[in-house]
Ligand binder design. Structure first.
Ligand SMILES: *Cc1c(COP(=O)(O)O)cnc(C)c1O
Length: 438
């Protein structure tokens, strides 16, 4: 119980926007050396995605331009930066970009990285074990009926409040698996409809996410031909996300953006259980080391990762333990308990966290539409609290001082990771645009 006397816990418990600086942030080299995961794991995941590219390209023609890689644009947003400076009173220096995972092909959210990767890896393992597939083959052959009928003997199941279900469901069904998504009560109607239209079974539960997880896991365990994607503990999801870092590096190089000690990179990512943002962070630290500063953003009522990391209890504590509801309008971020291993991996790597109020998400969303004509869903817009918070909380200025960054911030590059949006139907976007919360 002594965590209740912790100052950070007391601040989180107030459910007010705050910044938490990670006191355990260490030199990247030392922090990475302590981990069991390394470059070779990310390379292995990247190589697997490359093997699947010919299949993805044939099965999802919208990926033709990228040669079957599921990747999103990086876009500089100077008009949004102007608004952040003038309307949100945050004197952010340097350049501002948006990483548009909102526009990732196939499932329109960051889950198209980890979620799809895990399904592909599972399919590859099954087909290789059955002697049907070799790593040197052209994986486009996975489109053939022979494979579809092979995979149809197996099922893939997942519990989700929405976006993970979309990625796993759509990819599993495309390969020919029987796909089942166990959905919590708060899942949006249009997501269920979309999944059913792709031949995915959607099972609805009247309770929250944890009940869907328990039931989904149980249903999968009862079926020896079933595979359960476990968002709370999955290393495969994590590694699928981590590949984003080298793709981002290529985009920054193409833009002529330098990243080094004199030109620091700041990346802000909305966090739910932590697999997505954690994987991306891990990949970025491997590439950029101490020159990249990564912050997560969580809703004030569901700061599970900040709570787990600040107390060191990781998944052994949940936000309800400190009197928070875990409820938020932000799809994908309504998570009360963080992943079982991501907090540990992040211990020496993550710079810190920001928490944000729901109302702000809609404000950022409207500002982004008005200034840049870009759409990202409200939860994805949590990322904007990063640069704003860094320049408006006193802890942000302290962070810059501590790392002797003040003189270099004018050469900084800030990237907000817009984690979802393109599949949100027009009428839902209109509803979002008309939502105002204190
Ligand atoms: C899932 C999700 C996240 C966070 O990913 P986690 O792996 O749960 O931390 C962020 N934004 C959106 C839109 C998501 O769907």
């Amino acid at each position: 119980m002594d965590y209740l006397s912790d100052l950070t816990v007391q601040r989180l418990a107030k459910a007010e926007p705050m910044m938490w600086s990670n006191p355990k942030l260490t030199a990247a080299k030392a922090a990475l050396a302590k981990l069991e995961l390394g470059v070779k794991d990310v390379d292995d995941a990247a190589a697997r995605l490359a093997r699947f590219a010919p299949y993805i390209r044939r099965r999802f023609p919208e990926t033709a331009e990228s040669g079957g890689l599921i990747e999103s644009p990086l876009t500089e947003i100077p008009a949004m930066l102007w608004r952040i400076r003038h309307e949100y009173a945050a004197p952010v220096e340097g350049r501002l970009f948006i990483k548009r995972d909102s526009d990732l092909p196939i499932s329109g959210s960051i889950k198209a990285r980890g979620g799809i990767y895990e399904v592909l890896k599972h399919a590859e393992t099954l087909a290789k074990d059955a002697g049907m597939l070799d790593e040197g083959d052209d994986y486009a052959k996975l489109c053939n009926d022979e494979f579809r009928s092979f995979f149809s003997k197996y099922s893939v199941q997942v519990a989700s409040t929405g976006n993970l279900g979309l990625s796993i469901g759509v990819m599993s069904a495309a390969l020919g698996f029987k796909a089942t998504v166990h959905m919590s009560a708060d899942a949006r109607e249009w997501k269920k409809r979309l999944l059913r239209s792709r031949g995915v079974s959607v099972i609805e539960y009247p309770d929250d996410y944890s009940a869907a997880v328990i039931n989904g896991r149980k249903a999968s365990e009862l079926d020896p031909m079933s595979y359960f994607v476990d968002d709370e503990n999955s290393l495969d999801l994590f590694l699928g996300y981590s590949v984003a870092a080298e793709r981002l590096k290529a985009q920054l190089d193409e833009e002529g953006v330098e990243v080094n000690a004199e030109h620091p990179l700041f990346v802000y990512i909305p966090c739910g259980v932590g697999g997505g943002p954690g994987g991306v962070t891990f990949g970025l630290k491997l590439i950029y080391g101490d020159d990249v500063h990564v912050f997560f953003v969580e809703p004030v009522n569901a700061p599970c990762m900040a709570l787990g990391m600040a107390t060191g209890l990781n998944s052994k504590i949940c936000v309800q333990d400190i009197g928070l509801s875990g409820k938020t309008e932000a799809d994908g971020l309504a998570v009360g308990r963080a992943s079982g291993f991501v907090g540990n991996v992040m211990e020496g790597l993550l710079s810190g966290e920001f928490t944000v109020e729901d109302g702000r998400l809609y404000d950022y969303m409207r500002s982004l539409i008005q200034s840049q004509e870009l759409f990202a869903e409200p939860s994805a817009c949590a990322a904007f609290e990063g640069p704003v918070g860094l320049y408006t909380h006193k802890e942000g200025l302290e962070y810059m001082q501590k790392h002797a960054l003040e003189g270099r911030m004018k050469h900084a590059t800030h990237i907000v990771w817009a984690t979802g949006g393109s599949l949100v139907p027009e009428h839902e976007r209109e509803k979002y645009a008309a939502t105002y919360i204190k």
